[in-house]
Structure formats: C-alpha cells, structure tokens
Write a protein that binds this ligand. Structure first.
Ligand SMILES: [Zn+2]
Length: 314
C-alpha cells in the first residue's frame, strides 16, 4: 500500500503538466514540434517584429536531459519567455537549467528573464554586442511591437567558450562563428544529430544581413558547417529541415545578393539601381524577400561602393 502510494507520488513528480490546455501568446496558441529524441522547436512567425506578432518571430528549441532542460534562445520579451516556460512544462517536469543564446538580436535573448533560476550562456563576442546594443535594441522592440519591456529585466548572459560543453552529463559542441551578426553561436548535439544554427541559417524566409561582417565570411562559415554530420538542423527563422537544405538556401541567397551588389557597384550605379532588380524565382518566394532585400541594400551597398573605391573586401 505504502509502495503503491510512493509510486503514485513519484509519477506525479515526474509527469509534466497536462498538455491539453494550449499555451497562448499574442492570442495564438504557442506550439512545440518534436524534431528528435528529447528535442523540440518552437517556430516563430516568418514576419518582422510587429504589434501583430508581439515579437514572436524567432525560433527557440529545447532539449530535455536527465538533469534539466537546455533552452536555445528565448524570444523577444520576458512575457514571451514566460509563455515559453509554460509550454516547456507541458513536455517535461524538469526545470530549464541552461539558456544558450545564439546571438545578440533581441528576438533571441530578451526572453531570458523568465528563466531567472537558469544559467544563461553565450559567446564572449555575442555578449559584447549585447552590451553595446542593448538599449537601442530595447527601444527598437518597444517601437515595433508597441509593447513596453521591463528594461531592467533584460540582462546579459555569462560567457562560454567554443568547443565541448558539458551541462551536467550532457555534452554539446559549440562553434564560435560570426558571419550573420559578428557573434554567432552554433550548437551541435552529437547524441541526436541536431544542429542548432541560430540565424546563421534562414529557411523559407529571406536572410537578415544588417550586422554581417561580410557576406563572404558568412558563406565560408556555412561551408564549414556542411562538414558536420548533422541529421537535422533548426534555423533561427523558418522550419527545421536537413542541414544541407537550409545551408544551400541561405548560402545560395547570400551568393546571389553578393553577386548582385558587386555587379551594380562595378557599373558605378547608385543604390536605387540595386533596388530595381527582379528577385530570382528561387528566392522571390521566400517570406520577407522584398523587405529584407531593401534592408540589405541600404545597409550593405555603401560597403560595395567603398570596396570599388578603396579596394577593400565587402
Ligand atoms: Zn533572428
């Protein structure tokens, strides 16, 4: 009788909360999709930050380990982080013990505050960019989503080194890259074959290039990631897919963009000529294709013009 009671009690302790109630965020159900054993992703909308999506535009992923949950990216506000925490609790009774942030863009780390009891980790390069841009990023998210953020809750993570990372007994391999934002953490989980690309990979959504140190660097780093023997990849935006599928699409788009900007600059034409282009069929169907192309030209084209004048790489 006593053993029976204890068994029932232990079941209660390890069973996650009832999954029947959907978790709502911004008047939509927040959903997780399983991508591998003990691994789920939460896909953001393929949109820009707006009041319509309340900032839920980036992907998050979580790995349930025997000693706690590893969360990869936390969304664009503490309020979103709270909803994400409730969602994760439907899949496991384990607490989130570690939050890894892939880069400094607000849709990937502003939700950290909801996981105050967890350790927050990112690369030194990423942390430096978070520190530099924090105030401007908060202003930007507030302006675009029309929501006020608890400013003091947006804290910076601790620093982690590239290489093997052991979270209790759970190993991950971290790669310190920078092609997308200047500080990009890519995470490989060898036990499941899942590659967490952060915004090094965009899938079915045009790449955001505002903070790239250069499109060539980004493409070279994507080529390095091809050599990993991953089974499935989770991009920063868009659905999961085979790593080659996501890398091919992101790298193909970046190559076209680079070639287009180089060609217009080499003719000595202005940015308005770069804007007057028909996006090739393969990329015109990507979500936000026109929007991101316009932003990329405004931000990157001056570098291509300068390269011609000063012979420096873009
Ligand atoms: Zn993003």
């Amino acid at each position: 009788m006593k053993a029976c009671f204890l068994a029932a009690l232990s079941t209660l302790l390890i069973t996650p909360l009832a999954a029947s109630e959907s978790v709502m965020f911004c008047e939509r159900p927040l959903m997780a999709q399983q991508v591998a054993e003990n691994t789920w992703m939460v896909e953001g909308l393929k949109e820009e930050l707006s009041s319509n999506n309340c900032g839920h535009i980036g992907n998050q992923a979580f790995i349930v380990t025997p000693n706690g949950v590893i969360l990869i990216d936390s969304g664009s506000s503490p309020a979103f982080g709270e909803a994400l925490k409730t969602l994760i609790a439907q899949y496991t009774s384990q607490p989130v013990r570690w939050v890894l942030n892939t880069h400094h863009h607000p849709d990937h780390f502003f939700g950290n505050a909801a996981f105050g009891e967890a350790q927050h980790l990112t690369l030194a390069s990423t942390r430096a960019l978070m520190s530099r841009d924090r105030e401007a990023l908060i202003d930007n998210v507030e302006r675009l989503t029309g929501r006020t953020l608890e400013r003091s809750h947006i804290a910076l993570p601790d620093v982690v080194e590239a290489g093997e990372l052991m979270l209790e007994s759970y190993p991950l391999t971290l790669f310190a890259l920078g092609g997308h934002s200047g500080g990009d953490l890519v995470i490989m989980d060898d036990s499941t074959g899942v590659l967490f690309l952060g915004d090094m990979g965009f899938y079915q959504r045009a790449a955001a290039t505002a903070h790239t140190p250069g499109l060539h660097q980004w493409q070279e780093e994507l080529n390095e990631l091809r050599t990993l023997d991953a089974k499935i990849a989770i991009p920063g935006h868009g659905p999961s897919a085979h790593p080659d599928t996501i890398i091919d699409q992101t790298a193909g788009y970046l190559a076209w963009l680079d070639q287009h900007l180089s060609a217009v600059a080499s003719e000595g034409l202005g940015a308005n000529h770069a804007l007057a282009v028909e996006i090739p069929g393969a990329f015109s169907a990507l979500a936000l294709a026109e929007y991101e192309l316009t932003r990329s030209i405004m931000q990157l084209y001056p570098r291509y013009e300068a390269r011609l004048l000063w012979d420096t790489p873009p």
